[in-house]
Design a protein around this ligand. Structure first.
Ligand code: FES
Ligand SMILES: [Fe+2]
Length: 440
C-alpha cells in the first residue's frame, strides 16, 4: 500500500454508477490508479489496484468471469475482496500465495449515483455532493517501486546488440540505426563494415549485423541449427515493440501465457497448468529444459499409424544476456524440430526492434520442409509475435523489474526468475567494468 498523504485521504467520486458494468474501468482517486468493475451484472462495485501483482499487467484489460476478475496475462482470478482465488499454473488444487492478493482502496461505495473510493482509512461514508462531482482523470498505472532495467541503462553499452539483418545493408550502402537512445550510421564498404560515430566494434554473425558501443562482457549465443543442413532458416520481417526489451524477453521465455495471450493461435485452454522446470546456469545466461506429452498431428507417420498422435516433446530455452534467446522444440520420436531465435535491439526507452529467425527440420531421413509449409509457419509465427507485441503495448511499463518485491513469482516462473537474476548479474558485471575503466 502506498504511503498515506493528505492528497489521497478522504472520499473521491471516480465514476457515475450507471457507467460501471462488468468491464473494468480505470479511475483515479487521490492520484492513485485503480480499476472499478461489477463482478456480476447489476451487482455491487469492486475496486482493485491498477496492476496485477504477478507481472504488473494493467487489470483494466481483465475480464469478468463467474464473479471473478481474471487477469488477461496468465489468468489469475480475484474475488470482490481482491483475494486471489486461482493461479492456473498451480493446477486445480493449487493454493495462491498470500502476496498474490490485490491491495485495493480502503473502501468503495456506490452512493448519490456515483462510485466513491477512499484510498485510505477515513470517516465512514462519502459526503453528499453540493455540486456535480468532477472525477480526476485516471492516472497511468504506477511504475514498479524498485529498480527496473530500461532500454537506456548504461550497462547495455557493454554488449553486442543486433542493429540490422545482414541483407538490409547492401554493398556500398549505408543505414542509420538507433541503439540505446543514439543514432549510428552503418556502412558496407569494400573493406568491410564501417560505423560512425566510433564504437567498440561492429560485426556480422548469424545473418545479423551486431554493434557493441563499449567493450562487451556478454557471452555468445550458440546456434547449432545454423550449421545443420537439415534445418531450413527463414527470417521474419524485423518488427518493433513500443516498450523496453526486458519485458519483451520475459514474454518470449513465458511458457504460461499461451492460453491467455495466444488463445487464437497456439493457446491450449485445457492445459493452463505448467510443470515447473529446472534451470541450468550457464556462463552469461541459462538454459531451461521442459518435456511434455503433446499431440503432433503434422507428423506424417501419425497418418500411417507408425507413430501415435500423442508424442514426447522437449522444449529448450537458452538465454544470453542481455536480450538473446534460442527456443527449440523437438519431437523426440521423429526428430522433427523447430527453433526460434529472438534478438532484441534496445533502440529508445519506448522502442525495441525485434529480429526473429525460424529454423525448421522435418527430422532425420525426412525431406526438407517445403516452401509452402515454411511460408505457413512464418505466417503463424508472425501472428504469434503480433500477439506478444500487443501484450507489451498493454503492459505500459518502463523496464523489467529487478527488485523481487515488485512482482509475485510462482513455481512455473522459474525461467522468469532466472532472467531477472541473469540481468542483475549482467548489470553488476558491466558496472564493475565501467568502474574499473574510470579508475584506470
Ligand atoms: S496473471 Fe496477471 S500478470 Fe500474470
Ligand atoms: Fe508469447
Amino acid at each position: 500500500m502506498a504511503a498515506s498523504s493528505a492528497a489521497s485521504s478522504g472520499w473521491f467520486a471516480v465514476a457515475r454508477a450507471a457507467e460501471i458494468g462488468t468491464t473494468p474501468v480505470p479511475v483515479g482517486a487521490g492520484g492513485r490508479a485503480y480499476v472499478v468493475v461489477r463482478l456480476r451484472p447489476g451487482g455491487e462495485v469492486s475496486a482493485f489496484p491498477a496492476r496485477c501483482p504477478h507481472r504488473l499487467v494493467p487489470l483494466a484489460g481483465g475480464l469478468v468471469t463467474d464473479g471473478r476478475l481474471v487477469c488477461p496475462a496468465h489468468g489469475w482470478r480475484f474475488d470482490g475482496d481482491g483475494r486471489c482465488t486461482e493461479v492456473p499454473t498451480l493446477g486445480a488444487d493449487g493454493c495462491p500465495p498470500p502476496r498474490a492478493d490485490l491491495v485495493g482502496p480502503w473502501a468503495v461505495e456506490e452512493r448519490y449515483g456515483w462510485i466513491w473510493l477512499a484510498p485510505e482509512q477515513t470517516r465512514a461514508g462519502p459526503p453528499r455532493p453540493v455540486a456535480e462531482p468532477r472525477p480526476e482523470p485516471a492516472p497511468p498505472p504506477g511504475p514498479p517501486s524498485g529498480r527496473v532495467l530500461d532500454n537506456l541503462d548504461p550497462s547495455l553499452e557493454h554488449a553486442w546488440h543486433p542493429v540490422a539483418v545482414t541483407t538490409e545493408l547492401r554493398p556500398g550502402g549505408w543505414l542509420q540505426v538507433r541503439l540505446l537512445g543514439r543514432t549510428w550510421t552503418l556502412g558496407r564498404s569494400d573493406d568491410g563494415l564501417v560505423i560512425s560515430p566510433s564504437a567498440f566494434g561492429v560485426r556480422e554473425r548469424l545473418g545479423v549485423v551486431w554493434l557493441a558501443p563499449a567493450d562487451p562482457i556478454d557471452r555468445t549465443l550458440d546456434v547449432p541449427e545454423a550449421a545443420d543442413r537439415r534445418f531450413v532458416p527463414r527470417w521474419l520481417p524485423p518488427t518493433r515493440s513500443p516498450g523496453p526489451a526486458g519485458p519483451l524477453a520475459d514474454t518470449f521465455l513465458d511458457a504460461t501465457h499461451g492460453p491467455f495471450v495466444h488463445a487464437t493461435t497456439i493457446g491450449t485452454p485445457d492445459r493452463a497448468d505448467v510443470d515447473p522446470v529446472e534451470v541450468l546456469a550457464e556462463p552469461g545466461g541459462f538454459r531451461v529444459v521442459r518435456e511434455q506429452w503433446v499431440d503432433n498431428p503434422v507428423d506424417p507417420e501419425v497418418a500411417t499409424g507408425a507413430r501415435p498422435l500423442r508424442q514426447r516433446r522437449r522444449t529448450t530455452y537458452v538465454f544470453r544476456a542481455p536480450f538473446r534467446l534460442r527456443l527449440r522444440q523437438e519431437f523426440l520420436d521423429s526428430g522433427a524440430a523447430t527453433t526460434l531465435l529472438y534478438f532484441l535491439q534496445p533502440e529508445d526507452l519506448d522502442s525495441t526492434r525485434i529480429y526473429t529467425c525460424l529454423l525448421v527440420s522435418a527430422g532425420p531421413g525426412q525431406p526438407l520442409p517445403t516452401p509452402g509449409w515454411l511460408a505457413d509457419q512464418v505466417a503463424l509465427q508472425r501472428r504469434i509475435l503480433a500477439e506478444d507485441v500487443r501484450s507489451q503495448e498493454l503492459l505500459s511499463i518502463s523496464g523489467l523489474p529487478l527488485d523481487p518485491r515488485d512482482e509475485v513469482h510462482v513455481p512455473a516462473d522459474r525461467a522468469a526468475v532466472a532472467l531477472r537474476q541473469g540481468l542483475c548479474e549482467f548489470v553488476a558485471a558491466a558496472r564493475h567494468l565501467a568502474g574499473r575503466s574510470a579508475a584506470a
